[in-house]
Design a protein around this ligand. Structure first.
Ligand code: SF4
Length: 447
């Protein structure tokens, strides 16, 4: 790697923020629960209707997958567990306890592990809160998306604008101290005034963590189809970028800062589980559409409940894909995931061979990115300049493209400055966060 990257410098202000969270995020266990009461108009996640027969089939298949994956996980102690979906809170307390019994008997859960459950505000109730608390769930992530009734209706959300506050109060009364809210912006009909109302209402609930995703028109979903066929119009890329920038301006005075492009928290509130993904640490994924990275291999399960369960019932692999990445693939993952973090890539987070692969592949590209203002050096690596956080995916794509060229000396600092990125690029950037999240089963679509 070039001197521009390896040169030791004093850590910029705020660089230590999140360091201990990064160290605590070591190994993740993800459980996908593929049921929702109704389908939101924008969502294409693996999820279907709730029925007694479907839930029973899911539970039996999940128990089989738990037994199989536990053998592969060996002695790994999981520092985080994440129940995502779908809607994990759609499981009854009896069914949740059954899943937890199977998981905790098969896997080693590290003492003090972060255990997160995604909950739809509508389904939060005392019996479930009791079951979750009893199992050790210590973090709830709730999907609000908006606090504007018209927007909730357009998004197909089943809860009212008031329901998240009631769910927060119930969760707090049950002793939950780490609560997160998911918000969405940039969808048809979204306006700066509505966005401000949503963010202010969210802040009034004092969540420890906030996620904010830009709407992506997914083909095959009602709202996605309406946008893709021009029946509904999205805000412009500039307006979407403006929403992102406004968000930072509103939440920073309340003590929140981005630790990843789409995720914000107060000091110490980082989701350890998501850090596992972004730092490319090992994790096991269970359930339809779940992905994992175990023993150096990535795998992805069949997307649909039917196909995933049928494979487990037949005693054949329930995976649709499996591959062991070569050095170039590892370097790409480390770069692509790590640069989305506000503190960026930090060599201390990676095994020697992985960091060496990053240096071999990207040293020249990082040098160019530093010279052109896309990256800045930190004490132990590089990061995307804060002002360009909303263009993170563009910067990442630029670095990857640059790495494909023959190495050459850095260009003049006056050329191709990151701030000159086109509107089309901004649009690409904003289409990425949830998509990238899904591919890696990063929790990003809270019910
Ligand atoms: S957004 Fe969440 S609650 Fe809505 S359909 Fe998708 S997984 Fe279910």
């Amino acid at each position: 790697m070039s001197d521009r990257v390896t040169m030791e410098r004093p850590a910029p202000a705020g660089a230590a923020r999140g360091r201990s969270a990064r160290e605590e995020a070591r190994t993740g266990l993800y459980v996908h629960v593929p049921f929702c009461a109704t389908r939101c108009s924008y969502c294409d996640f693996s999820s279907g209707a709730l029925s007694a027969a479907a839930v029973e089939r899911y539970l039996v298949a999940l128990e089989r997958e738990i037994a199989l994956r536990a053998q592969l996980a060996g002695s790994l102690a999981f520092t985080s567990v994440f129940f995502g979906g779908g809607t994990p809170s759609a499981l009854s307390s009896r069914h949740f306890r059954r899943v937890w019994r199977a998981l905790s008997a098969a896997f080693t859960i590290a003492p003090g592990a972060e255990i997160t459950l995604e909950a739809n505000p509508e389904s939060v109730r005392p019996a479930l809160l009791d079951a979750w608390a009893e199992a050790g769930v210590n973090r709830l992530s709730m999907g609000a998306q908006s606090f504007v009734p018209e927007e909730l209706e357009a998004l197909g959300r089943i809860h009212s604008a008031e329901r998240p506050a009631a769910a927060f109060a119930e969760a707090r009364a049950h002793g939950f101290r780490r609560l997160s809210l998911d918000l969405m912006f940039g969808f048809p009909g979204h306006t700066p005034e509505r966005w401000r109302h949503t963010v202010e209402t969210a802040l009034a609930l004092e969540p420890e963590h906030l996620s904010a995703y830009c709407f992506i028109p997914e083909p095959g979903t009602p709202l996605g189809n309406a946008v893709l066929s021009n029946r509904q119009a999205l805000p412009t890329a500039e307006e979407q970028a403006g929403s992102y920038e406004s968000l930072a301006g509103w939440i920073e005075p309340a003590g929140y800062a981005a630790y990843e492009t789409s995720n914000f928290c107060r000091v110490g509130g980082e989701a350890r589980h998501n850090l596992v993904y972004w730092l490319r640490r090992p994790y096991a994924g269970l359930g339809p559409s779940a992905h994992g990275l175990l023993n150096g291999e990535r795998y992805g399960n069949h997307y649909a409940l039917e196909r995933w369960a049928a494979a487990l019932e037949a005693g054949v692999p329930c995976e649709a894909e499996r591959e062991r990445g070569d050095d170039r693939a590892i370097a790409l993952e480390v770069m692509m995931l790590g640069l989305r973090l506000a503190d960026g890539l930090d060599r201390r987070d990676y095994a020697q061979h992985a960091w060496a692969a990053v240096e071999r592949r990207y040293a020249a590209a990082f040098g160019h990115a530093l010279a052109t203002g896309r990256l800045e050096a930190t004490a132990h690596g590089v990061r995307i300049r804060r002002a360009h956080a909303f263009l993170a995916d563009d910067v990442i794509a630029w670095i990857e493209a640059r790495a494909d060229r023959a190495p050459a000396g850095p260009r003049g600092a006056g050329e191709e400055r990151a701030g000159s990125t086109s509107n089309a690029s901004a649009e690409r950037t904003f289409s990425t966060p949830r998509g990238a999240a899904r591919g890696l089963t990063v929790a990003g679509n809270t019910p």
